[in-house]
Design a protein around this ligand. Structure first.
Ligand code: C2E
Ligand code: MG
Ligand code: MG
Ligand code: MG
Length: 299
């Protein structure tokens, strides 16, 4: 809407057109076009969910997954959420998209259960606007009930910036979600400005170390120190730790040696289609780890 107004002003303003370079104008047009395509995508259900396994470093087994949205445009092909989620948030379309994600994860888990797939909890990502609505917990509860699904099979990922936008309101909604039995994960931790001690005011069950600290963890001692500190502090606060973006065996071993509970990343698997993920679960896929007695966890 902001871009639209700016564009109108640029068009009608005559001389004011000079405020906008041809590049800026082109960028605004592209954004407006993408927004109208996104609106149509919502009407025509052009979204699918992909699933990325989370591996328990105690057992080497798949202990969960993250549902990641994909937009399959008829001509443009697969569009990454990094491209359209910010626009969806700006335009308000994120409410419809977010509701679709909640309903779809519940429907998928129920369908897998019925089909005899050995299901694991699936986490979905939430946006600030969904918290602002005020009925998020009721919305989740109604989807769980509609699909006769236990609340232990759906988890929620929230970023620090989401929580900090309206700490009191977010905290209240989080307590409602916890009361339903849902697990809450602090996503992308380390990229914001809050300390874990500060975030402890909020009822998180787990912390996800952002990929930014994992990428160079084996070569950059500062990143390794940050990861160690996050793991130790999280454990002291009785939260599990998941490392994002693990791509190599060396990263995995280092994280494991530091006591990290779970990993997610291309090393084991990229996000895959629902059918491919169900096949992984049914085949009991996992990774072979050296035995680590006492580290066995069921998450
Ligand atoms: P995120 O929640 O932090 O998700 C992790 C992102 O890292 C995913 O990108 C995933 O594909 C990518 N990733 C996982 N393992 C690796 C790895 O080993 N290496 C590298 N380089 N990348 C890895 P994706 O699927 O493109 O999603 C990007 C972001 O879009 C997500 O970040 C999340 O913030 C947002 N998003 C995705 N789906 C949804 C959704 O349904 N709702 C909302 N509100 N946001 C979503
Ligand atoms: Mg996430
Ligand atoms: Mg993340
Ligand atoms: Mg991240």
């Amino acid at each position: 809407a902001h871009a639209e107004a700016a564009l109108r002003q640029a068009k009608s303003g005559g001389e004011r057109l000079s405020f906008y370079s041809p590049e800026q104008n082109a960028a605004m047009m592209a954004k407006l076009e993408l927004e109208s395509l996104l609106r149509r995508a919502c009407e025509e259900q052009q979204f699918v969910l992909y699933y990325q396994p989370k591996i328990d470093l105690g057992s080497g087994r798949i202990a969960g997954a993250e549902a990641l949205i994909r937009w399959i445009h008829p001509e443009r092909g697969m569009v990454s959420p990094a491209q359209f989620i910010p626009l969806a948030e700006e335009s308000g379309l994120i409410l419809a998209i977010g509701a679709w994600v909640i309903a779809s994860v519940c429907a998928q888990q129920a369908a897998w259960q019925t089909a005899g797939v050995p299901v694991v909890p699936v986490a979905l990502n939430l946006s600030a606007a969904q918290f602002g609505q005020g009925d998020l917990a009721a919305q989740v509860a109604s989807q769980l009930a509609a699909h006769r699904l236990g609340s232990d099979l759906v988890e929620l990922e929230l970023t620090e910036s989401l929580v900090m936008r309206d700490p009191a309101g977010a905290g209240q909604t989080m307590h409602q979600l916890r009361a339903l039995g849902l697990h809450l994960s602090l996503d992308d931790f380390g990229t914001g400005y809050s300390s874990l001690a500060h975030l402890k005011r909020f009822p998180f069950n787990s912390v996800k170390i952002d990929r930014a600290f994992v990428t160079d963890i084996t070569t950059n001692p500062d990143d390794a120190a940050i990861a160690s500190a996050i793991i130790a502090m999280s454990h002291n606060l009785r939260m599990l730790v998941i490392a994002e973006g693990v791509e190599t065996a060396e990263q995995l071993e280092l994280l494991r040696s530091k006591g990290c509970d779970l990993i997610q990343g291309y090393y084991f698997s990229p996000p895959v289609s629902a059918a491919a993920f169900a096949a992984m679960l049914s085949a009991g896929q996992g990774i072979a780890l050296p035995l680590a007695p006492g580290q066995q966890r069921s998450v």
